[in-house]
Design a protein around this ligand. Structure first.
Ligand SMILES: [Zn+2]
Length: 368
């Protein structure tokens, strides 16, 4: 604050005016130099430019009024110059901002590299599953999903594995504990294949049906290089009038060429599955040696990849309980299934199925 009050002007000649205004300017500069906080700047502004009690207001009020007419112009010029100086000082004080020390304390080095987030990528299983589904989607198949915890009815009985059937032994099953009091068909288990979704689909929609079912399945298998208690399947089901084994062969031959390249050949061998009759195993010509014979195909030139067959009339009979249109005298269909993990291992040269599920980023990072 400036302590000195505004004096009365004894004379109004140029020399007296110069002296008086120079003194005021010196006071203003001195006060401005001492400003060190926002509130001090605000006080300075009020003291000099305040509308009622401001020093400039007082000067114009007292000096200008007292000045004789011939001195008014000279006084006005000096007054405006002083006002300009005060305003400049105030502007400088307002614009100065935080101190250098404060600025340095919060300084950022914008040339430092930022935090880099890891790029996400599809897991090789997901990628392979999507590729397979994509091939069938292009043929007009829709995608079906269902629960992983399934009833004995959907997983076994409706797929033509009657209670006590020896085929049940081939699928060593993980069952939910504490189910003994329930009827067998209602007991819960971890599904051993995606086939229950075939039945669930047929129960919900009459033929024609074209559906692929990708999903996770569980069996009580001891883990080794090619077995895991968790693995993945894609199954397919096609039901319509006049569906024949030729349709099955043509569809799978096309799908294998779409997945592994147009040079791939397929061949079909008689096999057995409870839910298809007749049933077949499908082999493709070895994708590593082109059929000449190598270590991967055990010198045979062929790799076994799929199971398939014409849907067993007994399966249609279960579907017909809810959808009478599944009358095996009027419609027919085929089904097929393949292991996604095995195909992914073949495609990407993975030796241990366990590395697909270990969550090791050094392994998974190779697929980004
Ligand atoms: Zn081979």
């Amino acid at each position: 604050m400036t302590d000195e009050a505004i004096p009365n002007l004894p004379e109004f000649n140029d020399a007296a005016l110069d002296q008086a205004f120079a003194a005021l300017e010196a006071q203003a500069r001195q006060a401005a130099a001492a400003l060190n906080s926002e509130s001090a700047v605000e006080a300075f502004k009020l003291e000099w430019l305040g509308r009622k009690q401001g020093r400039l207001n007082e000067i114009s009020g007292r000096w200008l009024k007292a000045a004789p007419a011939e001195a008014k112009k000279a006084l006005g010029v000096r007054f405006n110059a002083l006002k300009g100086v005060v305003e400049e000082l105030l502007e400088a004080a307002l614009g100065s901002g935080p101190s250098n020390a404060a600025l340095q304390a919060e300084a950022l080095d914008i040339t430092l590299p930022g935090t880099r987030r890891l790029l996400g990528a599809e897991h090789p299983i997901t990628r392979t599953m999507n590729e397979i589904v994509g091939v069938f989607a292009a043929l007009g198949y829709s995608v079906g999903v269902g629960p992983e915890v399934e009833t004995d009815f959907y997983n076994f009985e409706s797929m033509n594995f009657p209670p006590g059937h020896p085929a049940r032994d081939e699928q060593d099953t993980l069952v939910i504990a504490g189910q003994e009091r329930r009827p067998l068909r209602d007991r819960l288990l971890l599904r051993t294949h995606t086939s229950p979704v075939q039945m669930r689909t047929m129960e919900q929609q009459p033929p024609p049906v074209r559906v692929v079912i990708p999903g996770k399945v569980h069996r009580n298998d001891a883990a080794d290089a090619t077995h895991s208690p968790i693995f993945h399947q894609v199954e397919g089901l096609c039901v319509d009038t006049n569906i024949t084994f030729s349709d099955l062969k043509g569809t799978l031959d096309h799908a294998m060429k779409a997945l592994f390249g147009s040079a791939v050949k397929t061949r079909f061998f008689p096999s057995f599955f409870p839910f298809t009759e007749p049933s077949a195993d499908v082999q493709i010509s070895c994708i590593f040696c082109g059929g000449k014979g190598c270590r991967k195909c055990k010198q045979s030139g062929w790799i076994e990849l799929l199971g398939c067959g014409m849907v067993d009339p007994a399966v249609f009979a279960f579907a017909a309980e809810k959808q009478p249109a599944y009358d095996s005298r009027k419609i027919s269909g085929f089904a097929f299934g393949m292991g996604v993990d095995r195909i992914a291992m073949m495609k990407y040269g993975i030796r241990e199925i366990g590395s697909l599920f270990a969550g090791d980023m050094r392994f998974l990072g190779q697929f980004t």
